[in-house]
Design a protein around this ligand. Structure first.
Ligand code: DP6
Length: 324
């Protein structure tokens, strides 16, 4: 019986992945760069079971159904197609748990598919290297490929590599939670809408400039160099979302309140920049020395329910595995 447990951290993109050039292969319309988040963890166990009739999947203790189940089964099918042992072609039991602070609305496909990929391949007797794991994880969810290496990670089309280890810079992400609700339109459906926006091509054309600024700032641990590019790309991505057909508007009043507050604090000399994923919660990036002050101020913004603090995280890793 092949069983394995893997742990992964989700990542926050400084330059976003939004829009695909190939839906089946999850090839992105533009390169992206992210930081793994140490404080948020997904732990996934996969066990292939001889004779089991179908895959059984539990997410946070509840049976997975519909799209969530289909995505996991499709990913297990990819692993089964690679497996060289009969056991790795059996149906599996999957148990995935997010160790995120309760009800943050931060459930992430990046850590989910990174952990699933490592656990499933190990349980199937496969040992893929980091590049192989990342490529396979990408097929489950694009952003998952960036949660495979540790620290700060660049994804360019089919290639993924670490640009700096987690120890390079104790950058902090203060995540302002303004709602605990799951989003109405998930990233998977959202990507398909990107080309319907007249702003999509303009954003894709602007990304190389923003990416260069982010890489430069990261290399020199200089938030002032990369912060404006991070904010510009997040706003451009949300501009694309808002002007897609149909339009996606993820922001809530409290989202805008945090954006305004961050800019006001910066004008006062507190170095902090924002980014936003496909949802209303706001990620505020700052240095370690400013983290406590940023956390305190965010908690006082009306509409902010809680603040989750994280530093840079590790890559996907194995916790425990047995191959009989
Ligand atoms: C806004 O990786 O969730 O978080 O490949 O369809 O699974 P799929 O999409 P997903 O998209 C992430 C979008 C984003 C930006 C980012 O993480 O780069």
């Amino acid at each position: 019986m092949g069983k394995a447990t893997a742990v992964a951290n989700p990542n926050i993109a400084f330059v976003k992945y939004w829009g695909k050039t190939d839906d089946a292969l999850n090839l992105p319309a533009n390169p992206s760069l992210s930081m793994n988040l140490a404080a948020l963890t997904t732990v996934t166990t996969v066990e292939f079971r001889p004779g089991q009739a179908f895959d059984v999947v539990a997410i946070d203790g509840h049976p997975a159904v519909e799209q969530a189940l289909d995505r996991v089964v499709a990913h297990l099918d990819r692993v089964r197609a690679l497996a060289e042992t009969p056991l790795g072609r059996e149906r599996a039991r999957v148990d995935s748990r997010n160790d995120f602070p309760a009800a943050t609305g931060l459930a992430s496909s990046s850590s989910a598919f990174a952990a699933l990929t490592l656990a499933a391949t190990q349980a199937a007797g496969l040992s893929l290297d980091e590049a192989g794991l990342s490529r396979l994880a990408r097929l489950g969810s694009g952003s998952a490929c960036r949660s495979v290496p540790a620290g700060f990670v660049l994804w360019e089309m089919e290639e993924v590599h670490q640009v700096a280890p987690a120890e390079h810079w104790d950058l902090r992400d203060a995540i302002a939670i303004v709602t605990e609700q799951a989003k109405a339109v998930g990233s998977q459906d959202g990507h398909a809408l990107a080309p319907t926006s007249p702003l999509h091509a303009a954003r894709v054309a602007a990304v190389p400039g923003w990416l260069a600024a982010v890489r430069d700032g990261l290399a020199r641990r200089d938030l002032a160099t990369m912060g404006p590019a991070i904010e510009a790309d997040a706003l451009a991505m949300h501009g694309v979302m808002m002007t897609s057909h149909p339009s996606l508007l993820y922001w809530l009043p409290a989202t805008v309140a945090v954006l305004q507050a961050v800019r006001a604090w910066r004008a006062e000399g507190l170095e902090v920049y924002f980014t936003i994923d496909a949802g209303p919660n706001v990620h505020c990036l700052c240095g370690a020395a400013a983290a406590a002050e940023v956390e305190k101020r965010l908690k006082a913004v009306p509409g902010v329910h809680q603040v989750v603090m994280s530093g840079p995280g590790a890559g996907v890793r194995l916790v425990d595995w047995h191959l009989f």
